[in-house]
Ligand binder design. Sequence first.
Ligand SMILES: [Zn+2]
Length: 252
Amino acid sequence: MALRIERIPTLRDNYTYLLVCEATGEAAVVDAPEAAPVVRRVESCGARVRQVLSTHHHPDHCAANPELAERFGAPVLGHVSDADRLPGLTTGLEEGDVVRVGAETARILHVPAHTRGHIAYVFDAAKAIFSGDTLFAAGCGRLFEGTPAMMFTALSEKLGRLPDDYRVFCGHEYTESNLRFAAHVEPENRAIAEKLERVRKLRARRAADWHDAAAEEMTIPSTLAEEWATNPFLRARNAAELGRLRAEKDRF
Ligand SMILES: [Zn+2]
């Protein structure tokens, strides 16, 4: 595979990703709330960071943008509508735009709902989706700036239409609590029960500090096939059902 994807644990349960084009050594950072762990990883692997990418404007996804942009001399990319609130933004993206990381390319999908300017980066050759706080393993983001109908479109009509074997790299390690909710709303679903069992075992051995997390305790990436089998929000038949689930999850 020509795009190497390194998972960097940041804050308490965030994922920052370092994407390295193995053909060229050029790299991009996705969703960086703190700079130090990213800089350490970049230096240890000798990647040349050419872009800082953001899925949305929340600080736990982009607070380190200005520092990383300055350090690496790199532009900051995010949705064009977030120009006034996404730290360091230099390049506004829209649905259908293409971002190059070395020899690899990503398509931009605009998936407003968690925030109005939320985007996903889809690397077709690498079969990798960076979904931020829109699609989580077994869950979806809260509806801070959008409606259930908008999230239904984002999940079922955009991200969910991508091929089953695409990997889902989301913004947080929320999988275990998401699966507990999934098992609550779909108690007969064996795929959910089995994945919850597996994830509980992985997470029982987790490091005291998320920054020290071992690869074995990370439940990300998932795949779209797994999500269709285990994610109640992707499985919702319509916006009303998704809205009911989201409201119930907010209280769970
Ligand atoms: Zn967020």
